[in-house]
Each structure stands twice: as C-alpha cells, then as structure tokens.
Design a protein around this ligand. Structure first.
Ligand SMILES: Cc1ncc(C[n+]2csc(CCOP(=O)(O)OP(=O)(O)O)c2C)c(N)n1
Ligand code: SF4
Length: 277
C-alpha cells in the first residue's frame, strides 16, 4: 500500500483482494476514482457518498469494497434508485457505477432521462464492450463485426455512442477515456464529482477474460495497447462524430444548468439547497 495510502483510507481491507480477474480494467477504474476522491480533499467516504450499482462485474467496484453506504439493485435500475436517494438526501454525493450492459443496455432509458433532467448524480460507466459477467454476450456497445457468443457471424449493428447521446440529452458534464489514459481519467473523475448536475464518465475498460479473446487479444496489456492505437482525443471545437477512428475520447461537454434536485426543492418544496453546498 506504500504510496497508495488513500486505498487504506477508503477500502475495506477484509474484502481484498478484489474478485476481478487478473489484469481486468476495473481495478484501474477503482484505483483512479479513489485517488480522485482523495485529491478532491475527502478524508472519508462514509457520510459523504452513497454508491449505487446494478448487476455485472463493473457493478462490483463500490461494494463490498468501499467504506461507505452502497446498494446493489436490480440489473439496469441503478439510476432511478440513485435519483430517489439524491432527492431524499441532497447533501450526499450519489455515485453510480455500472457496466455498458447495465447502464446502456437494459437501463438506457433511465440514463437518458437522468441526463435530460440533469439529476445531480455522477455516473461512471465501464465499457468493456460486452456482457462480461454472464459470459460475453453482445452489448449495444459491442463494435460492428465482432463475433461473440450471441453474434457468431459478427455483430450486424454499429456500436451505440452513449456519451454522444448523453451530451445531446443535456448532461452537465460528459467525458470518455480508456484505462490506458489514467491521468485524463482521474482528472475527469475529479471534475465529475465537482460539477453540480448530471456528470457522466465513460471508460473503455479491458475484459481480458470475456472480450479480449473475441479480438484475439489474450493479454490485458494487448487490449490497453489497442485502446491507445485505436483512439483519438477530440480537440476543442471538434465534434463528437465517430469518424474513421473507433474510440473517440475527450471531454465532450461541460455546461452550467440548473439541477433537477435543486429545482425540485426550490419550485416544489420552496427550499433552497445552497445550505448544503
Ligand atoms: C433483469 C435481469 N436480466 C438479466 C440479468 C443477467 N445479467 C446479469 S449481469 C448481466 C450483464 C452485465 O453486463 P454489464 O452491465 O456490461 O457488466 P459487466 O459484467 O460487463 O461489467 C446480465 C445480462 C439479470 N441479472 N437481471
Ligand atoms: S470477466 Fe472481464 S470484466 Fe469481469 S472481472 Fe473478469 S476481466 Fe473483469
């Protein structure tokens, strides 16, 4: 733990090591998120954060590992539960962790409406391009042409660009990186936690066990090198169109909008939320 003092602060050591496969990207996401929390000045998670997740490998990032209140809910339903928690306890940071299947497959409509309403949540979507926990079925995010157990002839639809949809839906903050871009990813986690509105960070994360083999990449590092080779960081002013490159990365939007919870308290309950900031 030397040099990783924040892990001791925020993780329940009795549950370590994690159950993730060796080389899985989810450990990188967990580590960088906790570093971002630490650098944002939080001394502890408990009493400040609530973590909500559905079902899937990615949903196991916060619990049982984080020293904080956390809840696992039905597959795909983390956003409505998180919204309810935020409305009842607006003083808490409510953070959702989930996979692309959970958030962008079965739960997609919840995600779009949370962005549209600008609910003050931070949502971290680990996109391993597959349903890893159940054996590697194709997800909406699986790229065109990739063979999986449910697309034996290769997927015949294009991957859904979730970040783009959530920019259009009205999110306050949207960014996308890969586990091979740790500095940018940590910075985006910090920004997402700071922003008062719906913030979304998508992370391409390697699943060597279930997805790597579909791409003939058997080592985690091969997938991370592939992320680097096949990605493009969007420059200021460029649009989020997926052109010739597969993985378009960057901070796609950062804007000020009133949050749903703030407006609910002001317009319906007649209370100002400023006192909690
Ligand atoms: C309502 C319901 N449908 C299906 C399942 C089976 N199931 C569990 S996890 C999962 C997919 C998980 O994929 P993803 O969210 O991408 O997470 P990953 O394991 O890839 O991190 C599915 C289909 C379930 N638990 N509940
Ligand atoms: S199956 Fe894939 S996503 Fe799940 S823990 Fe293993 S490597 Fe990670």
């Amino acid at each position: 733990m030397k040099g990783r003092y924040y892990l001791r602060k925020f993780l329940r050591e009795e549950h370590l090591p994690t159950k993730f496969c060796p080389g899985c990207g989810l450990g990188i996401v967990m580590n960088l998120f906790l570093k971002a929390v630490d650098e944002s000045g939080y001394k502890e998670l408990s009493g400040k954060f609530v973590f909500v997740s559905g079902i899937g490998c990615s949903a196991w990032i916060p619990s049982p590992y984080f020293k904080a209140d956390s809840i696992h809910v039905t597959h795909g339903r983390s956003i409505p539960v998180a919204t309810g928690i935020k409305l009842a306890k607006p003083e808490l940071k409510v953070v959702v962790f989930g996979g692309d299947g959970d958030l962008a497959g079965i739960g997609l409509h919840h995600l779009i409406f949370a962005a549209h309403r600008n609910v003050e949540l931070t949502v971290i979507m680990c996109n391993n391009m597959t349903y890893a926990m159940t054996g590697g079925q194709a997800a909406p995010t699986t790229p065109y042409g990739v063979k999986t157990v449910t697309t034996p002839y290769g997927k015949i639809s294009k991957e859904l660009d979730i970040s783009k949809i959530l920019v259009d839906a009205g999110s306050s903050y949207v960014a996308r990186w890969t586990t091979a871009h740790p500095i940018q990813l940590k910075k985006s986690f910090k920004k997402a936690l700071e922003i008062n509105g719906f913030s979304f960070v998508e992370v391409y994360s390697q699943c060597p066990t279930r997805f790597g083999k579909e791409l003939n990449m058997f080592k985690p590092v091969e997938m991370m090198e592939w992320f680097k080779r096949n990605s493009k960081v969007l420059k200021k002013g460029e649009t989020i169109e997926n052109g010739e490159m597969k993985l378009v990365l960057g901070e796609f939007v950062e804007r000020k909008r009133h949050g749903y919870c703030e407006l609910y308290y002001r317009n319906i309950l007649g209370e100002e939320l400023e006192k909690w900031r």
